[in-house]
Design a protein around this ligand. Structure first.
Ligand code: GDP
Ligand code: MN
Length: 420
């Protein structure tokens, strides 16, 4: 799916964004610039990125984005209008895609795991029987295994994560870690000094797809305890990904706390400078670098809006993560210690990887999957959905957190906007 090109070639080849005024071609005009001396940042990415109307008041940007989101969510939809949806006509002979439903959990998460599994079974998996993988850094109790096994007729793999894969590397400087976490704590960053949370984010960012059990699969659907699924899904979402060449699927897109990632974007640019060939010529630069709705965030991070695909739901192709670009980039990130000196979430890491190294046309908004992880909801207006209010996104005071409309406006083409 990747079509890596050198940065100058990308600049030369990239069509101007249909929604934006043509970007003035500052310092980089492609062909003549020698590859090795072109700094990726400031020049290359920003010249790929359209220029904003800084004079639009932020309040209006927030209001417009929110109204647009609600009006999109209120349109009546059903399934994606492709002619290759696959349905399980005969479940007993149905041939599955190479895919699994996966979750990370501890014994204490049992109730929440069952709560969500019940819904996934009812809405989707009782029609398909995809296997589950449940990952834990500790050992599951018999009761956990027993209760989860009884929730589905599908195979469930209970898997342990090796300590070497899970724990923080021993070269992490613990006094630096402590003092940095104190700062984050003072900024009220959730889980700042919970090492297990840092381990979890790092594992989801760089390791889960190489767990021996996960290695048996190509696609995964990640779910989380205590999340809700509102709509019947009557076609095979994994085969949808496969047959339509999708690399990554999401439902909700949000900004993050910028304080968790001071060096994530700068380190990423450092990496890109040395590895320009990994940048996809259809990278989602405008989505990543938007700076109108929450300009404070984009400024703080040095150019990344913090807008991310919310990773507590995702359906994606692990071969993308296993590929050279994502693997080399996350190796670079990991050795900076940023998963412990800062509090990088796996959502911005997945998003930057997908946004930079995948083709944006291979990213899919699962508009038809009604979903809630407190406090945000994706609720389609569809006969297939029950128990949520179409158009509802979140509480009033959080409505500036929506950035799905950036994906819609900057990265989707008309075909994908009209897919439902
Ligand atoms: P939040 O959504 O960012 O508040 O994070 P959650 O508490 O929902 O955690 C994200 C996912 O990781 C959930 O599936 C949790 O069950 C799981 N998780 C978090 N911490 C741990 C941990 O220390 N061990 C294990 N095994 N799973 C964890
Ligand atoms: Mn969660």
């Amino acid at each position: 799916a990747e079509a890596p090109v050198s940065v100058p070639a990308a600049v030369a080849e990239l069509d101007p964004q249909p929604h934006a005024e043509a970007a003035p071609d500052d310092n980089l005009n492609g062909k003549d610039t020698p590859v090795d001396t072109t700094p990726v940042h400031a020049n290359a990415l920003e010249s790929l990125h359209f220029k904003h109307h800084k004079d639009t008041p932020r309040e209006k940007v927030v209001e417009d984005n929110y109204n647009q989101l609600v009006s999109i969510l209120q349109q009546v939809i059903s399934e994606p209008k492709v002619d290759n949806l696959v349905r399980p006509i005969n479940p007993s002979t149905y041939k599955l895609a190479n895919a699994t439903l996966m979750i990370m959990a501890r014994n204490q998460d049992l109730r929440g795991v069952l709560y969500t599994m019940r819904q996934i079974e009812e809405k989707f998996n009782s029609k398909f029987h995809y296997p589950y993988v449940i990952l834990n850094d500790g050992d599951f109790k018999d009761n956990f295994i027993d209760r989860v096994t009884k929730m589905t007729t599908s195979k469930v793999y209970f898997e342990k994560i090796e300590p070497e894969e899970w724990n923080q590397p021993d070269w992490i400087d613990s006094s630096k870690q402590k003092s940095q976490m104190k700062v984050l704590k003072q900024q009220n960053i959730a889980y700042a000094n919970k090492v297990s949370y840092h381990n979890m984010c790092r594992y989801y960012s760089i390791n889960f797809f190489n767990h021996p059990r996960m290695r048996e699969f190509k696609y995964y659907w990640r779910f989380e305890p205590n999340t809700d699924y509102f709509c019947d899904i009557d076609y095979d979402v994994f085969k949808f990904m496969e047959m339509n060449n999708k690399v990554y699927g999401f439902v909700i897109s949000l900004y993050d706390a910028q304080e968790t990632m001071p060096s994530l974007w700068p380190e990423t640019l450092k990496f890109l400078n040395k590895n320009k060939n990994y940048l996809n010529k259809n990278a989602a630069i405008d989505f990543l670098m938007e700076d109108m709705q929450n300009p404070v965030k984009t400024e703080f991070t040095g150019g990344y809006s913090t807008c991310h695909f919310w990773s507590n739901f995702e359906i994606a192709d692990m071969d993308f993560y296993r590929g050279e670009a994502y693997t080399e980039w996350t190796k670079h990130l990991d050795q900076t210690g940023g998963f412990y000196y800062e509090r990088w979430g796996d959502a911005p890491v997945h998003t930057l990887g997908v946004g930079l190294f995948a083709d944006r046309n291979d990213v899919h908004w699962f508009r038809d999957i009604g979903y809630k992880h407190h406090p945000y909801t994706n609720c389609p207006h569809s006969d297939k959905c029950h128990g949520c209010e179409p158009g509802l996104f979140t509480y009033e005071h959080l409505k500036d957190q929506n950035c799905l409309t950036n994906w819609w406006n900057y990265e989707m083409d008309d075909t994908s906007r009209q897919l439902y």
